[in-house]
Design a protein. Structure first.
Length: 333
């Protein structure tokens, strides 16, 4: 069995060779057309544009018949143009078709390069990648997040088969620690990068690489609590300790399972309820009670607000400061 990385390298090399052949052959076709046009212009005593038009039409074997040679030399040039045109155009179309076919194969294998800007990138392994993608797509559809392209980066084809990603998902296959992979996803111009790599040391290294070449915000899933400080030093904008939360939920399942069910529901937009933050300018300056009473009929249960930090269940007479985001629970049904 041929190793997949070797196949990728061979296709990549072939792709570069085909691209260089296309440019070389296109140049040859243009040069040949110009030479034939100059010869025809001399033989038939016509202007250059007419001669060039005749050369292209003849080489392409279209032959409208509106411009025809009247001299012996012109007819000899026409014979040569027809033969040369069939050869060069056939070769050009053949290589061009193979070039686009190679591009399709590269895209199928996740080896292509994207040119998006201000896009989202999700890199990692396992179900965290899938859940992050679905959550982000749902937030975009609900206009909670900006509508931008989403790129998913996976380590290999097996990981892509294992995950249940939407068919239209743009997937790049590559090593996370490889700079070439980061260049293919254009991390330099990305707006946000989500890392779920299931290896804290790898997360630190990838975060450092991203921050060296990009101003994108990097959010990282960490497995060990002691890695949080390292990732923040590496430049991570936000670090989520997933296993600590999982352990707490597992323990809470024993004595307060209902709380676990509620947390499981509101932490994902795919459940019946969703906890989210919204900005409602008209609520600024109102008391918490006034804001609560105004939002409740809209199906929004006000929990608090976020300004410089999180304020949950503040005093009822406390005013919502300007620029604050309101934290609410809403029904998704």
């Amino acid at each position: 069995m041929i190793p997949v990385p070797l196949v990728r390298r061979l296709i990549k090399l072939k792709f570069k060779l085909k691209r260089s052949k296309i440019f070389a052959l296109a140049f040859a076709v243009i040069l040949l057309a110009i030479i034939l046009a100059l010869l025809y212009m001399y033989a038939e005593n016509v202007n250059f544009f007419t001669a060039l038009y005749w050369a292209v039409i003849t080489m392409a074997t279209i032959g409208y018949g509106d411009v025809t040679p009247n001299t012996l030399l012109g007819r000899i040039i026409a014979i040569f143009a027809s033969i040369a045109g069939i050869a060069t155009f056939t070769a050009f179309v053949s290589i061009l078709a193979e070039y686009f076919l190679s591009g399709s194969i590269r895209r199928m294998m996740g080896m292509h390069k994207v040119k998006f800007k201000d896009h989202y990138i999700i890199m990692g392994r396992g179900e965290s990648v899938e859940s992050a993608l679905l959550e982000l797509k749902d937030a975009i559809s609900n206009k909670q997040a900006e509508n931008r392209p989403i790129i998913v980066v996976l380590p290999d084809e097996n990981e892509r088969k294992r995950l249940n990603l939407p068919e239209e998902t743009e997937v790049i296959i590559g090593e996370f620690t490889n700079r070439e992979t980061l260049e293919r996803v254009n991390v330099r111009d990305a707006s946000h990068v989500l890392l779920a790599l299931d290896d804290d040391s790898e997360s630190v290294f990838v975060t450092l690489m991203i921050k060296q070449i990009s101003k994108a915000k990097v959010f990282v899933e960490v497995l060990k609590h002691e890695s949080v400080h390292l990732l923040k030093q590496a430049g991570a904008d936000r670090v989520i300790t997933s296993r600590t939360l999982t352990g707490r939920l597992l323990a809470s399942s024993i004595f307060e399972p209902e709380v676990v069910d509620v947390i499981d529901d509101i932490t994902t937009a795919l459940g019946d309820y969703d906890i989210t933050s919204i900005k409602v300018q008209e609520m600024e300056g109102k008391t918490f009670r006034e804001a609560f009473e105004a939002l409740y009929p809209r199906g929004l249960f006000l929990l608090g607000y976020a300004k410089d930090k999180i304020y949950l269940i503040p005093p009822l007479d406390e005013k919502i400061p300007p620029g604050a985001k309101l934290l609410v629970i809403r029904s998704t049904r």
